[in-house]
Ligand binder design. Structure first.
Ligand SMILES: [Fe+2]
Length: 379
């Protein structure tokens, strides 16, 4: 395969940036230097920025493609391909597709079982070479549910499960300490009456009471069995973080308070916050604002959460806030890769996968001008 040469590029490494040339050979970064390439066929980036491909640890974007309208079940292969292409176009070259484990069947609300069949479909498409970017699984264990143990049991260590998160969405706790925020969210999403909402809350409280402790222990155990990194979700107090630390949690998804984020820092747990929170200037459920954590040095990883393109936008927003582009880019590349033990990507360095994004900034907005995954152009 012919070398792919990028020259006159603003190359962003983990702790520095420089203008120069980067050479890709056989899908890997083979050479990097500050010179200008005279080789015919070298791609002159005209000073555009070249950053590592983004690493996304927590996105439920696939759900939007599988259910484009309420109760519309879109063919899964088509949904997965559209999701994959959308991520590629947003500069994401590695994704951990988040799938809920643990069903809930109530009169007004059903969250059915789907993770096993969908992950099978993702991996089938991957094996056939149909996907543009690198896919791993992120299984989200909902402890306030019915069938968590049976659902986890259907996965094996061969399933590319890189991340398991421990979620507890019991009403009145963590993300939904404020019940009115939950009410607004659920009623809007599921169009419920006040009485239905109350019944829904009671049902969930009963599920937590009956299964919560057992499900929590099972999730921790399953993460170890599957060889996955364990993440906590919506930790709110220093006590929550203490429990997470005891479980061996390495990543804290969306801690909801400064207190929890500080405790994570103390215990070496990486703090992940949502890009939409950063861009909107606050959390949609009334929790701590990501920019507040960022300005206190308590933010390590950003996730696109429910808007793929937000990952790139939020990194440049952070670069402006910190006046440090390499540090901000690390939050969407090196830091998430390191958190899940992927040491073959996440940085522009010789010997790593050639996962790269060419970015131009037009009137402040970062615009993707090219995306390469393992040296192959995918966007
Ligand atoms: Fe949550």
């Amino acid at each position: 395969m012919q070398d792919l040469i990028f020259t006159n590029a603003r190359i962003v490494c983990e702790s520095e940036e420089f203008t120069g040339t980067l050479v890709v050979r056989d899908g890997m970064i083979a050479e990097m230097d500050t010179g200008r390439s005279q080789v015919a066929g070298a791609l002159d980036l005209g000073g555009d920025t070249l950053i590592p491909g983004l690493v996304e640890l927590h996105t439920d974007n696939l759900e939007r493609h599988m259910e484009p309208r309420p109760k519309v079940d879109w063919p899964h292969a088509a949904a997965i391909l559209a999701h994959d292409a959308e991520l590629a176009s947003a500069g994401i070259t590695t994704v951990f597709d988040a799938l809920r484990i643990g069903s809930i069947h109530a009169k007004n609300t059903t969250y059915g079982k789907y993770a096993r069949s969908v992950s099978h479909e993702i991996m089938q498409l991957r094996e056939k070479g149909a996907l543009k970017i690198s896919h791993y699984l992120h299984l989200r264990g909902e402890v306030c549910s019915e069938t968590l143990e049976e659902e986890f049991a259907e996965f094996t260590p061969e399933d590319r499960v890189g991340l398991v998160s421990l979620m507890d969405h019991t009403p009145g706790q963590r993300q939904f300490r404020d019940l009115s925020a939950l009410k607004t969210y659920v009623q809007k999403k599921r169009s419920m009456s006040d009485a239905d909402f109350e019944e829904h809350v009671d049902h969930l409280l009963n599920l937590r009471e009956a299964n919560g402790t057992r499900h929590e222990a099972a999730t921790v155990r399953e993460a170890a069995r599957l060889g996955a990194v364990l993440a906590s979700h919506d930790d709110t107090t220093a006590d929550h973080v203490e429990v997470s630390r005891g479980y061996g949690v390495r990543v804290a998804e969306f801690p909801t308070t400064i207190e929890a984020a500080q405790a994570c820092k103390l215990h070496g747990i990486a703090v992940m916050m949502g890009a939409p929170n950063l861009i909107r200037g606050g959390s949609h459920s009334g929790n701590v604002a990501a920019h507040e954590l960022a300005s206190r040095g308590l933010l390590d990883i950003i996730s696109s959460d429910y808007v793929p393109y937000a990952l790139l936008s939020s990194a440049f927003l952070l670069a402006d806030l910190w006046d440090d582009l390499p540090r901000a880019i690390s939050c969407v590349t090196a830091a998430p890769a390191r958190a899940v033990n992927l040491d073959d990507r996440g940085r522009l360095a010789v010997g790593l996968h050639a996962d790269m994004v060419r970015v131009a900034r037009i009137e402040g907005t970062p615009v993707v001008r090219g995306v390469w995954c393992h040296g192959r152009q995918v966007g």
